[in-house]
Design a protein. Structure first.
Length: 124
């Protein structure tokens, strides 16, 4: 990612709906504000963490991103999709699965400064 001459603030992360079936999709939205004095580009990053899984998974998995350009003091709502492609992993039998459970959905401009919401995946 390039160096920006501006700073960006993230707020109001939401997952709607916040409960889905294993084959369903949800939308993750976050408000991003350019808090600096100059127009700038920002890459909004979406990470997940599966709270409990049948196999060991990373603490943070990058599952989506979007580059945006904001004028000084401008706020945009950025929306990213989260569905079976982003939630699935290879189980012990090497089959791609989405397991029911709770996921932490994290959004930010880098992997260290994230705000989060919860997503529940249920069996239907």
């Amino acid at each position: 990612m390039g160096l920006s001459y501006s700073t960006f603030k993230y707020a109001n992360v939401r997952v709607a709906p916040d409960t889905i079936g294993a084959q369903d999709e949800t939308k993750v939205s976050v408000d991003v504000t350019n808090a600096g004095k100059m127009r700038g580009d920002e890459v909004v990053e979406l990470y997940i963490r599966d709270e409990v899984s049948s196999v060991t998974r990373p603490v943070k998995e990058l599952r989506g991103f979007r580059r945006i350009t904001l004028d000084s003091r401008e706020t945009k709502t950025v929306e990213l999709a989260l569905g079976p492609n982003e939630l699935s992993f290879l189980n012990r039998e090497m089959r791609r699965v989405v397991e029911p459970g709770t996921f932490r959905v994290m959004v930010g401009g880098n992997s260290d400064e994230l705000i989060e919401a919860k997503l529940s995946v249920v069996e239907k």
